[in-house]
Design a protein around this ligand. Sequence first.
Ligand code: TMP
Length: 212
Amino acid sequence: MSQSVGRFVSLEGIEGAGKSTLANALAAALREHALNVCLTREPGGTPLAEQLRSLVLARGPERISAQSETLLMFAARALHVDNLIRPALQAGDWVLCDRFTDATRAYQGSGRGVSAELIEQLAEAVHGNLWPHRTLLLDLPVEQGLGRSRARAGAGAADRFEAEDRRFFERVRTGYLKIAAAEPQRVRILDATATPALLARAALEALADLLP
Ligand code: TMP
């Protein structure tokens, strides 16, 4: 992180928390501060990483173990960090990333039971001490998040994660809240039941000390 001059912000939360809407609103607000903003997402963000995203999200006949899933997430992340995130930060841009390694901790770690040790080793290998300067955790009850995401996706269109049951997302939510409790300076919890406008305002407040 030493040569990085830009700011790295990640957005996290369960499905239906409103990350994409907030990401777009935040990008527009930051651009009004004359900042160069690179809006991106995980898994994905580069052509090859987007292909890995399609593979890992698709529901197909072949079983993907929790460990394989973790490795695929980190393979996509390695491409993303090397080819987009680091260069953008070195150019002085703000990188606004819809999910990063906290998602692996929450989904594969807390959700699927992959060991924290493995996840932390892979994180160290893939991005070393590059972590978001700030992470906005959009928190809301699982029932509400799933209701929103299912209404959006329509019947039968669920991907491998959206097809999981409520208990899975309860574990993911609890995992996220534990990360926030362990790293309160980096990870800020936002009330995702708020209106989009209020949420955007709270998000900007949570980034205020990073603004020039
Ligand atoms: P999205 O729906 O927010 O775009 O994210 C795609 C899915 O990928 C979402 O269900 C969470 C999942 N995911 C993981 O399980 N682990 C990860 O490390 C990342 C980045 C995403």
